[in-house]
Design a protein around this ligand. Structure first.
Ligand SMILES: Nc1nc2c(ncn2[C@@H]2O[C@H](COP(=O)(O)OP(=O)(O)OP(=O)(O)O)[C@@H](O)[C@H]2O)c(=O)[nH]1
Ligand SMILES: [Mg+2]
Length: 419
C-alpha cells in the first residue's frame, strides 16, 4: 500500500492568567503591584521518527492535548509553563488541516519538528502595568487560549526505485520475483490499477521498489492510467525501465516511454535509468537483445536482459541497481526544521461589520485576542481595553459605522454594551 492515513485532533495549552496582587506591608493599604505573569501553554509538535513505519498508532489514540500554563502568583512569581507535547510520526508523513488543500508541512528527517498548535501566551500580571501615572493597576491579563485543530496525516512512502514501462512489460512480475509483494499479474494491459510496493534485498542491501500501472503514449495527458501515478515515482532515486521482449519494437517503446516521462516533468526525465529487456525465456528474445544492445551501446547506454518468470539475469540487474543507489546521495532535505503553522498573524488590521440583530462586530485577530485576554470584572482592565480600541482607531470606525449608546459590540466570543 502506498498511503496510510489518520485523522487526529490536537489542542495546545491555554496560557495561564496573569496575577492581580499587591505587596503586603504594615500600615500600607496597597503596597506596589506584584502580580506575576501566567505561564505559557504547552505547544504541540509533530516529530519525525525513523523507527516508525506506519500511522497505525493513531487508530487507537486520536486526541492530543498539551497542558495549560499555570496562573501567575504574587511576589511577581511567574506561573509554570505548560509542557510541550511531541507526537512521533514516521518519516514521509504529510500533515494538513482537514479540508485544507495546502499541507502544513512534511516530516522527512529523524527528529525534525513541525509546530502544529502553538501554546497560548501567558497573561501579564499587574506588576507589569505599573507606570508613573498608574501606581496601583487593579487588573491583570487573562491567558491566551490554546489552538485546537483537526489534522489529517498521510504517510507517503518514498520508494528508492520506480519500475516504468509499457503495459504488459512484466513490471509486476518483476516486483513479485524480487520481493514478497504479491501484485496482480495477467496477460492484458493495465492489470495493475494501483501502485504496489515491495522491499527487495541483494547482498544484504535493501531497497523499496514501486511498481506502477503501465504507461502509454498520451499518458501525460491522462490517457490510460499511468499519469495518476507518475507523481508517486517522482521522488524515487532511480528508475528501472523495463522493455517487453515480446514487443515488435522494444526500442520504439523505450523512446515512447521516455517521451511520456519528459512531457510529465523534467525531473522525471532526468532521473537516472537502468534499462532491462524482459521475457528472455521466450523464443527470439535473445536475438532481440543482441540487436537492441548494439544500438543502445552506440548511444552510450547499457541494457540488462532478464526473465521475471525464470529469474534469469534478475540478480545481476538487482546488483546493478543497488550499486547505483549506493553511489547516489540520499535525498537532501531542504525544508527548514520548524515550519510555521500559519503565516504570521496579521496584526493591527480589523474590520467593523453590522450584524443582523442591529449589533456590531469587530473582526481582527489581534483585537479579538486582546478582548479574550481582558479581565472584564476589573474597571481598569476595561479602561485599558477602551484605550487600545481608541488608539487603534477601532472606536472611531465603530462610530462611523453608526454605533449608538447601548448597542451590542462583539469581539470573538465577547459581547460589550457600547458606552
Ligand atoms: N514468458 C514470460 N512472460 C512474462 C515475463 N514477465 C511477465 N510475463 C507475462 O507478461 C504478462 C504481463 O505481466 P505483468 O507483470 O502483469 O505486466 P505489467 O508490466 O505489470 O503490466 P501492467 O500492470 O498492465 O502495466 C503476464 O502474463 C506475465 O505472466 C517473463 O519474463 N517471461
Ligand atoms: Mg502490473
Amino acid at each position: 500500500m502506498f498511503f496510510d492515513e489518520a485523522t487526529i485532533s490536537v489542542r495546545s495549552g491555554n496560557g495561564g492568567a496573569g496575577c492581580l496582587s499587591f505587596r503586603r506591608e504594615k500600615y500600607v493599604p496597597y503596597g506596589g503591584p506584584d502580580g506575576g505573569n501566567g505561564g505559557r501553554g504547552g505547544s504541540i509538535y509533530l516529530r519525525g521518527n525513523a523507527r516508525l513505519n506506519t500511522l497505525i498508532a493513531f487508530a487507537r489514540t486520536k486526541r492530543f492535548a498539551a497542558s495549560d500554563g499555570s496562573a501567575g502568583l504574587g511576589q511577581r512569581k511567574q506561573g509554570a509553563d505548560g509542557d510541550d507535547l511531541y507526537i512521533d510520526v514516521p518519516l514521509g508523513t504529510v500533515a494538513a488541516e482537514v479540508d485544507s488543500p495546502t499541507p502544513l508541512g512534511e516530516l522527512l528527517q529523524d527528529g525534525q519538528l513541525l509546530l502544529v498548535a502553538k501554546g497560548g501566551r501567558g497573561g501579564r500580571g499587574n506588576a507589569v502595568f505599573k507606570s508613573s501615572t498608574r501606581q496601583t493597576p487593579k487588573f491583570a491579563e487573562r491567558g491566551e487560549p490554546g489552538e485546537e485543530l483537526v489534522l489529517r496525516l498521510e504517510l507517503r512512502l518514498v520508494a528508492d526505485v520506480g519500475l516504468v514501462g509499457k503495459p504488459n512489460a512484466g513490471k509486476s512480475s518483476l516486483l513479485a520475483r524480487i520481493s514478497a509483494a504479491r501484485p496482480k499479474i495477467a496477460d492484458y494491459p493495465f492489470t495493475t490499477l494501483e501502485p504496489n510496493l515491495g522491499v527487495a534485498t541483494i547482498d544484504e542491501r535493501a531497497m523499496v521498489v514501486a511498481d506502477i500501472p503501465g504507461l502509454i503514449e498520451g499518458s501525460h495527458t491522462g490517457a490510460g492510467l499511468g499519469i495518476k501515478f507518475l507523481r508517486h515515482i517522482e521522488r524515487t532515486r532511480l528508475l528501472v525501465h523495463l522493455l517487453d521482449g515480446a514487443s515488435a519494437d522494444p526500442l520504439g517503446d523505450y523512446a515512447a516511454i521516455n517521451e511520456e516521462l519528459r512531457l510529465h516533468s523534467a525531473a522525471l526525465a532526468e532521473k537516472p535509468q537502468i534499462v532491462a529487456l524482459n521475457k528472455l525465456d521466450l523464443t527470439g528474445v535473445r536475438e532481440t537483445y543482441t540487436r537492441i544492445k548494439a544500438t543502445l551501446k552506440k548511444r552510450g547506454l547499457s541494457v540488462y536482459a532478464i526473465s521475471a518468470v525464470t529469474g534469469e539475469g534478475v540478480t545481476e540487474l538487482l546488483r546493478a541497481v543497488a550499486d547505483r543507489l549506493e553511489e547516489m546521495p540520499r535525498e537532501v532535505v531542504t525544508e527548514q526544521i520548524l515550519i510555521p503553522l500559519k503565516p504570521e498573524r496579521e496584526s493591527k488590521t480589523f474590520e467593523v461589520v453590522q450584524e443582523g440583530d442591529g449589533g456590531y462586530r469587530v473582526i481582527g485577530e489581534e483585537i479579538e485576542r486582546l478582548a479574550a485576554m481582558t479581565d472584564w470584572s476589573s474597571d481598569e482592565g476595561m479602561e485599558r481595553f477602551e484605550r487600545i480600541m481608541n488608539a487603534r482607531g477601532i472606536s472611531a470606525s465603530l462610530e462611523e459605522a453608526g454605533v449608538q449608546f447601548g448597542d451590542i459590540v462583539r469581539l470573538g466570543a465577547i459581547e460589550l454594551e457600547w458606552r
